[in-house]
Design a protein around this ligand. Structure first.
Ligand code: NI
Length: 131
């Protein structure tokens, strides 16, 4: 099913059920939209890449497992049920030692890996999914 179909009125979305259909790490799936923010889910393991988003804050919410957001001057450690907002313009790198399931709230203009491109980087089109 196309992700766009899930944005219809009266649609109920279960974040855990959405994640059960995600099989790749670091491949965010867009599951909803609130005004100019996308709601996304993602499975993480290992690390993404150091990057920043000059114009957007980025919210990470841990559904299962634990996650560290590394900064140049420290890190935020998140456990199940915790959320954290990465401030715009701040260099960060998400790291999950074990598999971690998260939800994200990101402005629609937010690039997956911010100011850098890597082989992990996903476009917004890819984040809508095709299956
Ligand atoms: Ni980021």
């Amino acid at each position: 099913m196309c992700g766009l179909k899930k944005l219809h009125m009266m649609n109920v979305v279960n974040l855990i059920a959405e994640l059960e259909n995600v099989h790749d790490y670091w491949s965010p799936r867009i599951v909803g939209r609130v005004n100019d923010q996308y709601i996304k889910v993602s499975k993480l393991k290992g690390q993404l890449v150091w990057h920043k988003h000059d114009n957007e804050d980025e919210l990470f919410y841990v559904l299962k497992g634990s996650l560290a957001i590394e900064y140049e001057d420290g890190k935020a450690e998140l456990n199940e049920g915790d959320f954290h907002v990465v401030p715009k313009g701040k260099m960060h790198n998400p790291v999950a030692e074990e598999e971690c399931w998260i939800a994200l709230i990101e402005t629609v203009t937010t690039a997956h890996t911010g100011d850098v491109m890597t082989d992990k980087t996903k476009t917004v089109k890819q984040q809508f999914g095709t299956t």
